[in-house]
Structures are given as C-alpha cells and as structure tokens.
Design a protein around this ligand. Structure first.
Ligand code: COA
Length: 260
C-alpha cells in the first residue's frame, strides 16, 4: 500500500511507519491521521509484523503538532469534532493496538506530536529531541489525549507545568520525568528501537497482547485492571505459546513461539 504523507516499510518482523511531511515538520493533517490509522491497522493485522516503530522523516522533527493551518478557522462544533475524530482514529487506536508500538522521537514532538508519542506503548528519543504541549500558547488545550496521558506518564504537577507554560523540555528532563525510556544519538535511534524490538520478538506475541490489554486497563475509568489481569492471565493457559514456553524452559532450550 502506498501513502501520500507517510511511509510504511516492513523488514525483519518490524513495520516502521515514518510520518513524511518534512517541509511542515511532519505536522498531522487530516490525511496524515487517516493514513496513520490505515497503516497501523494493516500492520496490526499482519501476522508477520511483531513490532511497529513510529518515527518522523528528516532530522528536525518527529511531529511538530497538529496542522495549525487546518483548524485555525474552526468553530466550537468543529473543534470538538476534530478532537473526537483524531482520538478515535489515531490516539486511542494506537494505544489499544495488540502489537507493541514504539515511538522513535527524532526531533520536535510538540502538541499532537507528543500526544502521538505518548499514545504509543513507549518512547525512545534522539538527543536533539524537544518535547512539549504548546497548545495554550495558541489559545487551545491539548485535544488528542495530552491532558490525560501526560499526567499518567510524568505526574500531575509536571504535566500541569508543561501545559500551563507551553514550554519544551529536552531529553535530559524527559528522561528524568520518565517520558522517554532511552536517549541516544540521531544515527543510533532506529537501531536502538530495532534492538528493543528484537528483544520483544523473542517473547510470546499472544502473551504480549494480553499484557498490553491489562496494563492499559489500569488507565480506563470503570475498569478493574486487576480483574482484566486475572482474565488475561487465565487465557494464556489455553495458548500454544504457553505450552511451548513452559516446555522449552523445562527442556532447557529456547522457546520457538508459534504466536497462537
Ligand atoms: N502546523 C502547521 N505547520 C507547521 C507546524 C504545525 N504544527 N509546525 C511547523 N509547521 C510548518 C511551518 O509553518 C513552516 O512552514 P512554511 O515553511 O511553509 O512556513 C515549516 O513547518 C517549518 O517550520 P518553522 O516554524 O519555519 O521552523 P522553525 O525551526 O523556525 O521552528 C518550531 C520550529 C517547531 C518551533 C515551530 O515550527 C513551531 O512552533 N511549530 C508549531 C508547534 C505547535 O504549536 N504545535 C502544536 C500545534 S496544536
């Protein structure tokens, strides 16, 4: 499948999705959001894709936010629809995928860009990356889940400060906040993400799917995460991966998971 604003590339069990509007610092417009949805959906359904990496093209930006030129003239109703549609198509969607999604943050991750990185399952960054939610400097609030996911990741006080000041943090601060897991050079960013992906791929994809669901349940209103964990744990006992994993351990060999 070919896209206009993104590139999807499959190699060695990894689908890398690159947001590709470098002249606009990879800002997310309507078609980018739709194409990201389609590419993520396709990768998630592809049995050969074990891990998805999301990154930005060029050396300057992961994503510099939602495309401001697209919503500058919106009214109240359209503003609400913009947030609802984006959250449904992309931000909630990526968070709830059963395939692990790593954000490789290669530069500015601002507004919708940081919100996209935060919706991914975890983040690695290059040392030139700058992260922030500048929406209040534009007269709006973060609308793609930023007011919810930033406090989950960094704590309420830090999130409040970042949202109120509309400022950017560098990777030292992002590491200290726990917003990114690892920082490396720009050249080493994708190799690092791929190295982590290869560790993930050694494990049971069925178990990982259950684990993603259980971890996400911790952050869903009205859902008992412990109960979800019990259910997902129980389900594992009926999988071929469980038989293979436990048998391989007892036979002192490496597991070769069928992914079922
Ligand atoms: N929406 C639309 N276009 C954007 C954009 C966005 N969020 N972010 C950057 N661009 C465009 C610029 O308009 C410019 O386009 P042009 O060359 O046609 O004028 C191009 O990308 C390059 O950006 P520029 O501002 O010239 O780069 P810079 O290095 O001087 O500054 C930033 C980089 C990231 C600090 C600056 O682009 C910026 O503040 N962007 C907006 C960030 C933001 O508020 N995001 C939240 C949106 S809700």
């Amino acid at each position: 499948m070919t896209y206009e604003t993104i590139i999807a590339d499959f190699q060695n069990g990894i689908t890398t999705i690159t947001i590709n509007r470098p002249s606009k610092l990879n800002a997310l417009n309507k078609s980018t959001i739709q194409e990201l949805h389609d590419a993520l959906d396709a990768a998630n359904k592809d049995v050969n894709t074990k891990v998805i990496i999301v990154t930005g093209s060029g050396e300057k930006a992961f994503v510099a936010g939602a495309d401001i030129s697209e919503f500058a003239h919106f009214d109240v109703a359209n503003g609400g629809k913009l947030a609802a549609k984006g959250q449904e198509l992309l931000f909630d969607f990526v968070e709830n995928l059963s395939t692990p999604v790593i954000a490789a943050v290669n530069g500015f991750a601002l507004g919708g860009g940081l919100e996209l990185a935060m919706a991914c399952h975890f983040r690695v960054a290059s040392d030139n990356a700058k992260m922030g939610l500048p929406e209040t400097s534009l007269g709006v609030i973060p609308g793609y889940g930023g007011t919810q996911r930033l406090p989950q990741l960094v704590g309420k006080g830090r999130a409040m400060e970042m949202v109120m000041t509309a400022g950017m943090i560098d990777t030292n601060q992002a590491l200290a906040y726990g917003l990114v897991n690892h920082v490396t050079t720009q050249e080493e960013l994708l190799p690092l993400a791929e190295k982590i992906a290869s560790k993930i791929m050694r494990n049971s994809s069925v178990a990982i799917k259950g684990a993603i669901k259980a971890v996400n349940a911790n952050f869903k209103d009205g859902v008992d995460g412990y109960q979800v964990e019990i259910e997902e744990f129980g389900k594992c006992f009926g999988t071929e991966d469980f038989t293979e994993g436990t048998t391989a351990f007892l036979e002192k060999r490496k597991a070769d998971f069928p992914g079922k």
